[in-house]
Design a binder for this molecule. Structure first.
Ligand code: SF4
Ligand code: SF4
Length: 112
């Protein structure tokens, strides 16, 4: 018993304080994709490239709307790769828990 206690004291604390203490994602981590409205041209390349089809483009008479839903996103990064305008960036954000589905999407719009 004493030996176990000594070993435990030598080891110290190996767990982190998350979620009370915020934890950053490691370099290269692919987190929540972000749409940048000032750069987007609404070309639709990311819509065609997204494997689970969670990005959609709507064109009305007065505006274009690009929606990215985090429900079903597999964080593959294809949208970022195919966007020639740098209008999609995968962030380091990984906390996606939400009480409503509406919070799990990001929408950008442009008036025509
Ligand atoms: S995010 Fe990029 S690829 Fe997607 S519609 Fe906008 S400009 Fe095109
Ligand atoms: S990271 Fe992959 S799955 Fe998620 S929106 Fe982009 S292309 Fe689609």
């Amino acid at each position: 018993m004493l030996e176990i206690l000594k070993r435990r004291l030598r080891t110290g604390t190996v767990t982190t304080g998350y979620p009370s203490v915020p934890e950053s994602a490691p370099p290269g981590f692919r987190g929540k994709p972000q749409l940048l409205s000032d750069k987007c041209t609404y070309c639709g390349e990311c819509v065609s490239a997204c494997p689970p089809g969670v990005i959609s483009l709507k064109e009305g008479n007065s505006e274009k709307e690009l929606t990215l839903s985090y429900c079903g996103c597999i964080f593959c990064g294809r949208c970022e790769e195919v966007c020639s305008y740098g209008a999609v960036k995968l962030t380091q954000e990984y906390e996606l828990a939400s009480k409503t589905k509406d919070d799990l999407q990001t929408i950008i719009r442009r008036k025509l």
